[in-house]
Design a protein around this ligand. Structure first.
Ligand code: EPS
Length: 341
């Protein structure tokens, strides 16, 4: 079993991760991890923080030379904007953010205690862990990529830039839709026997856990609900070169909670970022008087970055399911198991 845990506050000293359950003998390419971290920082509409940070992984354990040794891989990513102890307290919860529910849950009157951890800065750790999982998966030809489908309902980059600029000038924000897909995933990852072993459920959970994601669908997803069975189910074929395959991929590579050998396709809907330059009405956490929500430095839109994070969550979940099926303690053995399928 692959386990992953993160720690760190947005303006704390460092973001930290532990990835446990990797086989021994995997060569870790730090340059690749840093490139993936840089991809998470990109996209039109990002805020000032991305100009401050140049995220880079510092591996602390689990690797000797360049290879994994089976022990937990722990790592940190420094926050250049480390200033948590001098930042002012926050009393005006932002609608759409973790601010209010988080403060009520933990009994805080300073919302900063919530927003520091609820920040999307945490996703830098997911991308670091996800890129390590991608390194494992590419040993078996599995590749994962993402595409921005739309921002604020627009699909052309020209229009997207325009509406992001307008939103920025108005002190507003935008969400969007991105797609994540995994190619060359072998048949039978996940399982139909229990709810918590289903690959679709595990992928949905991983993707839904990305901050601001409000919907996840696979393949034809919501559209399939209005179709006939004969229109939507992917006809099965067989050829000598391809083996079993499907004529279409409305199932998004997932049937019965398992990978079916086709490309796994997920789409995620991201709500607009909760911090607004022209804030919505809110209520002061102590006085209970009507106020404007707090304004924190933030992105206007971050759909492309969310796509990179989606790739990472998909990589972590698929790597876990892959190790379940072919797993063992070292890469050589896994390759033997994989070949013998
Ligand atoms: C982010 C870091 C944050 C925000 C943004 C994404 O840093 P700061 O709060 O210092 O600007 O830019 O986070 C949010 C949108 C959020 O709601 O917290 C990052 O590293 O991606």
């Amino acid at each position: 079993m692959l386990r992953f845990i993160s720690a760190g506050e947005s303006h704390g000293e460092s973001m930290v991760g532990i990835l446990e359950g990797l086989p021994a003998g995997l060569t870790i390419d730090v340059g690749f991890i840093n490139k993936e971290l840089a991809r998470r920082q990109l996209g039109y509409g990002r805020g000032g923080r991305m100009k401050i940070e140049k995220d880079a992984i510092h591996i602390l354990s689990g690797i000797k030379g360049k290879k994994t040794i089976g022990s937990p891989v722990s790592f940190s990513i420094k926050n250049k904007d480390f200033k948590i102890n001098v930042l002012p307290s926050v009393s005006e919860p932002r609608p759409g953010h973790a601010d209010l529910s988080g403060a009520l849950k933990y009994g805080f009157t300073d919302i900063r205690c919530v927003l520091e951890r609820a920040s999307a800065r945490e996703t830098v750790v997911r991308v670091a862990a996800g890129s390590i999982c991608k390194i494992l998966l590419r040993e078996f030809g599995i590749s994962i990529k993402s595409t921005r489908i739309s921002v604020g309902g627009q699909t052309s980059f020209k229009k997207i830039k325009e509406i992001i600029d307008i939103a920025k000038n108005k002190g507003d924000s935008l969400g969007g839709v991105f797609q994540v897909q995994a190619a060359n995933v072998p048949v039978g990852l996940g399982s139909y026997v229990h709810y918590d072993r289903r690959l679709d459920a595990r992928l949905a959970s991983g993707l839904m856990s990305i901050p601001a994601i409000k919907a996840v669908e696979f393949g034809a997803g919501f559209e399939s609900a209005s179709k006939l069975g004969s229109e939507i189910h992917d006809v099965i074929k067989h050829s000598k070169s391809k083996g079993f395959y499907r004529m279409t991929n409305n199932a998004g590579g997932l049937e019965g909670g398992m990978s079916n050998g086709e490309i796994i396709v997920a789409r995620c809907a991201m709500k607009p970022i909760a911090t607004l330059g022209s804030p919505l009405p809110s209520v002061h956490i102590k006085t209970k008087k009507q106020v404007k929500a707090s304004v924190q430095r933030s992105d206007i839109s971050a759909v492309e970055a969310a796509g990179v994070i989606g790739e990472s969550m998909m990589a972590i979940v698929i790597a876990d399911a892959f190790l379940e099926k072919f797993g063992s303690d070292n890469l050589k053995q896994i390759k033997k198991h994989y070949k013998s399928q």
